[in-house]
Design a protein around this ligand. Structure first.
Ligand SMILES: [Fe+2]
Ligand SMILES: [Fe+2]
Length: 298
């Protein structure tokens, strides 16, 4: 079992479930909604396709082992985590329905394939390994989310009607980034399983995401037109190379004693909470209510 550090306990305590409602009008959003770039737009569509079923899997795997949690703060954080992920699934389903309506019809079949893959993982992996896979994927989402909150260049290419979804999701992924990890540790999860499952998860995640992405590119008739996607691939991997920049954060997961809160994002989160949901927050109009585990706030 990995050692717990009390210094981390307070960071993951404040995880409200914000009930939001975004509108995605297929007639108003361009197909290439990210920087007018088919490669990056369909890559983000592919990620979004994975979220509803993927996040349902995360919630299940945390629920399965939450009985090991003794710390009341962590128990409250688990409630917040479940609420946030459920809301992400709901809004990403709405987003996915938009690109389905715009013609990415293969998304229906691809989501069924994802369900099949996750069912196989449920069948073949024991509960601690399923939670380790959740920790690995939560590390991915936390890394990408933090980068998108820190670097305007990652956000400003998004169409104005789509940006709120991704920025809200990024904020909440960072708010709850340590929850699955802390439950894994409370359940006695160890280092070898954690890093072994990370390697397996990385391979499966990239393979499946590439599979979905390739189908979307094919459906847009650009799979065999490299000049149409070289620009996007360069943007992602070379300059500014957002994904290449994440490699050090990815590798930090392999350090014994790693904890998601080693990267202190409290100041970043405070800034974004105010900016999005403060008195004059950009997403205030999209907010239908806020529920904090243990207290009804609004
Ligand atoms: Fe999420
Ligand atoms: Fe998450």
């Amino acid at each position: 079992m990995e050692a717990a550090s009390p210094a981390h306990a307070a960071v993951s305590a404040d995880i409200p479930r914000r009930q939001v409602d975004f509108e995605f009008d297929p007639a108003k959003v361009p197909l290439d909604w990210y920087r007018d770039d088919v490669f990056v737009s369909t890559f983000l569509d592919a990620l979004s396709l994975l979220f509803p079923e993927g996040e349902r899997f995360f919630v299940e795997s945390v629920k399965k082992l939450r009985h090991h949690v003794q710390d009341p703060d962590l128990a409250a954080a688990v409630e917040g985590f479940i609420g946030q992920e459920a809301m992400h699934g709901k809004e990403h389903r709405a987003f996915n329905a938009m690109f389905l309506a715009q013609g990415l019809t293969s998304s229906v079949r691809l989501e069924r394939q994802l369900e099949g893959l996750l069912d196989r993982v449920r069948r073949d992996l024991p509960a601690p390994s399923r939670l380790a896979a959740t920790c690995a994927l939560e590390h991915f989402t936390a890394m990408m989310a933090e980068a998108s909150l820190r670097h305007e260049g990652m956000r400003d290419g998004m169409h104005a009607t789509i940006r709120p979804l991704w920025v809200w999701h990024a904020l909440e992924e960072n708010e709850h980034k340590a929850v699955a990890f802390d439950v894994y540790r409370a359940a006695g999860g160890g280092y070898v399983r954690r890093v072994g499952i990370m390697i397996l998860t990385t391979l499966i995640f990239f393979a499946f995401t590439a599979w979905v992405h390739a189908h979307f590119l094919a459906q847009r008739n650009v799979l065999w037109k490299p000049w149409r996607w070289v620009r996007g691939a360069t943007h992602m991997w070379i300059y500014p190379g957002w994904f290449t920049r994440l490699v050090p954060a990815y590798l930090s997961y392999f350090r014994p004693g790693f904890h998601p809160d080693d990267r202190d994002t409290r100041a970043l989160l405070a800034t974004w909470r105010e900016r999005l949901f403060g008195a004059d927050g950009e997403l205030r109009d999209n907010l239908r209510g806020v529920w904090v585990p243990g207290a009804k706030v609004a």
